[in-house]
Design a protein around this ligand. Structure first.
Ligand code: FES
Length: 103
């Protein structure tokens, strides 16, 4: 689900990738891209569930305002994945409700 040839930025070919882990699954990401971009490219659309009804939420505004993309990243809950860049070996988990700090 990636744009392989961008009309302005050019071809994606040749970009280095890193691996991140999402709910125990390893996916590739491009250094510098936001977590949500890597997730969408991997076909992952549900990032969290609401605390009252458990309804699924995912990428919505893309600018850090709606909080629909919050996930637990490296044991820190409520990280907005649309404004947080990936880093090698990052561990990301779907956030249920308010999430919780994991030690
Ligand atoms: S998609 Fe709205 S805050 Fe990330």
């Amino acid at each position: 689900m990636r744009i392989k040839v961008h009309p302005v930025l050019g071809p994606l070919k040749g970009k280095a990738t890193i691996e991140i882990e999402v709910d125990g699954r390893r996916i590739s990401a491009i250094p510098g891209e936001m977590i949500s971009s890597a997730l969408i490219a991997a076909g992952i659309k549900v990032f969290r569930t609401t605390h009252k009804k458990g309804e699924p939420r995912g990428y919505f505004c893309g600018i850090g305002q709606c909080t629909d993309c919050m996930m637990t990243v490296d044991n820190i809950p409520s990280v907005r994945t649309c404004i947080t860049p990936v880093s090698k070996g990052m561990k990301i988990k779907t956030q249920y409700g308010h999430g919780k700090w994991e030690v």
